[in-house]
Design a protein around this ligand. Sequence first.
Ligand code: AN7
Length: 355
Amino acid sequence: MAGILERYRKFYDFGDDFPIISLEEGNTPLIPAKKVADAVMQKSGKKGIRVFLKFEGLNPTGSFKDRGMTYAVSQAVAQGHTHIICASTGNTSAAAAAYGARAGLKTLIILPGGKVALGKLSQAILYGASIVEIDGNFDQALDIVRDLGATGKVCIVNSINPYRLQGQKTGAFEVCDALGEAPDDLYIPVGNAGNITAYWIGFKEYADKDITRKRPRMNGYEAEGSAAIVLKRKIEKPETLATAIRIGNPASWQAAEAARDESGGRIDSVTDDEIVAAYQFLAANEGVFCEPSSAASVAGLLKASELDQVKDNATIVCVLTGNGLKDPDSAIKFGNPERAQLPADSAQVAEFFKL
Ligand code: AN7
């Protein structure tokens, strides 16, 4: 299966000589989630709810960022850049480093020190990026990237690069292609607010071209400790265990508000406890291992169910933005503690398993 730029080529205006750098990203599954749907119906008292998980953790570097990075890095090559740069809470840097390596570019990465999940950091290291961890948060790292980008020596591949969102809009295309129509509601985590903006671009484009008849309500969820859009102010010291969305000054803030308002959706926040509960629920009941930040979408849906914000017979899609393997520390911390180290002895093992 070709990558997103080839599969959706007619939605782009690049020519035949455009140097596509691809890892065959996209084409991720839309997994029915009956247990989540049951929980929604039980909490809300509504009927006929269908829930699907758009599992973006199955992209080549394990997150949705690959959809945007294939386009941003291809453009960097087309424009003759030798260096790409990004700030990242982890996933953007893993994707940039992978596509940068494939393109033969030098990838420069600025990270919030000590706040990037182990899997993401290990990816960037093995892909061969040059990495600086700052004594500061993502927002400060992005400020530095903007400064260095202004020198003209490097191409910024954060989502302030418009090609990123133009690539990520294909997530919405795939959801509509799989369902045969747009869903009624999309639930999505919000960090820098690029992805909610990109999905809205995609849903609008499909409706404008009459491929779909309706547009979904866009429901974005920030982590409570970094909920700038909800609180209508920058958060100087964002805090959440969902480190991917630990962002206090979202770059696509206004575009995300526009997506919310034009679609009749909402942007709300979920607590770390709600995020962890959804993270555990997805793994233990649906067999789907996403990273904690990704579970913010399902945590949001469960919160909305309690607040009577879901409708009868709704088709709901929750975007699971990243793979659980990105963050093994969280899995071990919040997983089932029923484990033992025992001698190689059948009787003792049977006793532990209560067989
Ligand atoms: C798993 O990697 O910002 O609202 O630097 O990794 O588009 O920012 C990651 C964000 C959700 C939020 N889920 O998306 C980065 C970075 C996961 C993420 C988001 C991120 P945006």
